[in-house]
Design a protein around this ligand. Sequence first.
Ligand code: CP
Ligand code: NVA
Length: 303
Amino acid sequence: MGLRHFLSLNDLSASELKRVIDRAMVLKADSCEGRTCNAMQGKVAVLIFEKNSTRTRISFECGIVQLGGNAVFMGPAESHLSRGESVEDTARVISRMANLIIMRTGAHERIEKMACSAEVPVINGLTDFNHPCQLLADLQTYIEYRGQIAGITAAWLGDGNNVCHSWMNAARILDFQLNIATPPGFRPNQELREQCQSNVFITDDPFEAAKNAQVVITDTWASMGQENEQSERNSVFKPYCVNSSLMRHAHKDALFMHCLPAYRGREVMAEVIDGPQSVVFSEAENRLHAQKALMEFLLNVNG
Ligand code: CP
Ligand code: NVA
């Protein structure tokens, strides 16, 4: 079998995904109780980030150190990528020196090129198309709070964006229902909708999507790179704001999730994100544990 990367949740089977989440929970408990794991002893991971980040960078860097490894971070202006060196040459160079690559970039094709030319595993730290590491943490969080995710109804409100795409993959792999409410021009990717059609329902109506949902999820209306569309998006997406009236349509024990960064008063009101149903900071924390489990898994399966 060839080198295993993690560019999408689809790169893991359902049983591997469950195994990584279970392991993340064990690593979390171990870390609370002061037990350490040296899965990255003597290993170096290179983070190539072509976009900003708070959580992804910090959780990977902390996780690598906690596993006994070392991290090298290259931001948007630091490597030669921003001066036109090819992704392929960058992949070949890093592969001669390091054991793992974590990349955050725009066009998904760039991370596919990185993986094609790399001789070490590549992890997707977000592209314009998807954000699978976020879903590892979100799935772990839902399971921690509610026990299991198979068979539930989840509701996504707002933009049919990268995080939404990864929730769609999760719904198909773990077999739960995902109701998505977006304005008509902001639907998720058509090919992905076809792949996930047994688990995904799409509507314009945020209240229809949220009805009886056990978790309500949203994200920023203007993702990185869309800043100049902010004011137009603010008006198109206004009906999709997650407020307390919307949450009342969901299941009475519904959780609220958001990958962060959040913009209070736009996609979510403070009363919801700072209220008792919100688990957003557990999602953020679980980035650390889930990615430690993922790195350990990839280093093991790739020998
Ligand atoms: N949720 C997430 O990926 O956050 P950052 O952009 O801060 O990494
Ligand atoms: N959709 C957002 C997610 C940030 C973590 C973005 O791409 O900017």
